[in-house]
Design a protein around this ligand. Structure first.
Ligand SMILES: [Zn+2]
Length: 369
């Protein structure tokens, strides 16, 4: 298949007017066969969501195989061709269950977005900054538990969230950093504590600004420490969690190669307003806002494609936004050799956007959906 006339995403050069050729499941340099005219369209790599709890009534934390399939199908329909679902803070049997469910899905599922990892957002968090996490199941960092969960997941656990001030957190980072990427999250830590975590090997910060101390001029907190390290930072771009001015500031401060746009979406994503459940707690959804009963903002109800397009609406250049939603998360998960760009040899997961950035079509493993 030859896609012609479109503006093709190139990680270094921006958008380039050229043909994109696909053969079987792979991006190639030349191809015969069908030609598709995409004049005026943007052609971008399929996105990767590495912090995504649920959608369409399903939540990864349920440990329900049918629900995980629903999530995979929804993500693919929205151009998120790779996904790494995130578990909440749960009790150990349920953490084991979600890891087994992911392993089984990887083995048995034949449709939907590619499952490329599991993100454990908890249980090694801070009570003081638990946000919408269930405090009853928060526990001290436990490397043996994490490695057991990784094994149960068939190696899919790629990310774990951690509060650097928790007892044993720095030792935990040193022990697991070769196995799983540690992300600073849900933390009451100060600048020095966060910097110690990054120096010990933490490589990411979870939903920057949310559930952590602010970036203040005499107390720079974990945001200042992240800026002084070389970690990547997750950013929710639904326009609810982070003010657009701060989204613009984060892209300037960290540069487009270190920002990862995430959805952090809940089971209510793709659903009408109403009452839903998140990690054993009720949440209330009205318009683009999801809250606990006490008004605490819970996760988002905007999917990754929606968040990426909103970021552009907030003034982020499209090339930078695609870099943050496709290239950087694939690099963070260690899958950039196969996913995350339109380079020759990669899996042909391709998204076509109309000039107004509405989703026109998705090509998955070389086949148009
Ligand atoms: Zn969170």
């Amino acid at each position: 298949m030859r896609l012609t006339g479109g503006r093709v995403f190139d990680p270094q050069k921006g958008f380039v007017l050229r043909d994109l050729c696909l053969e079987g499941e792979t991006i190639v340099s030349h191809s015969g066969g069908e030609t598709v005219d995409l004049s005026g369209c943007y052609i971008i790599p399929g996105l990767t969501d590495l912090h995504f709890h649920g959608c369409m009534g399903a939540d990864f934390s349920d440990g329900d195989p049918a629900g995980l399939q629903t999530m995979a199908d929804y993500e693919l329909s929205r151009g998120v061709t790779q996904f790494c679902p995130a578990g909440m803070t749960l009790d150990v049997p349920q953490l084991e269950k979600i890891c087994r469910t992911a392993a089984d899905h990887k083995k048995n599922s034949t449709s939907g977005s590619d499952l490329v990892g599991v993100n454990l957002e908890g249980p090694f968090l801070s009570q003081a900054k638990k946000g919408a996490q269930n405090g009853a199941w928060i526990r001290d960092p436990d490397p043996e538990l994490l490695l057991r969960l990784k094994e149960l997941s068939g190696g899919l656990v790629k990310l774990v969230s951690l509060a650097p001030e928790a007892p044993g957190a720095i030792d935990f980072i040193r022990k697991v950093k070769g196995e799983v990427t540690v992300s600073v999250a849900h933390t009451a830590c100060n600048y020095d504590q966060a910097l110690a975590a990054f120096s010990a090997g933490a490589r990411q910060a979870t939903h920057l600004f949310n559930a952590m101390n602010p970036f203040a001029h005499r107390e720079p907190g974990p945001v200042g420490a992240a800026a002084d390290s070389d970690c990547r930072v997750e950013l929710i771009c639904d326009g609810i969690h982070i003010h657009p001015a701060v989204i613009r500031a984060v892209f300037k401060l960290f540069g487009p190669d270190r920002v990862i746009i995430i959805s952090d979406s809940l089971r209510a994503c793709g659903m009408p307003d109403g009452q839903y459940e998140l990690g054993g707690q009720d949440i209330f959804v009205k318009g683009p806002l999801a809250t606990l009963a006490d008004g605490t903002i819970a996760g988002s109800i905007t999917d990754l494609m929606g968040g990426m397009v909103r970021a552009v609406g907030f003034g982020i250049d499209l090339h930078k936004a695609v870099t943050a939603a496709a290239v950087n998360p694939a690099k963070a998960l260690g899958i950039y050799d196969r996913y995350g760009s339109l380079d020759v040899g990669k899996i042909a997961n391709v998204v076509v956007l109309d000039p107004d950035l509405s989703l026109r079509s998705v090509i998955f493993h070389g086949k148009a959906l």
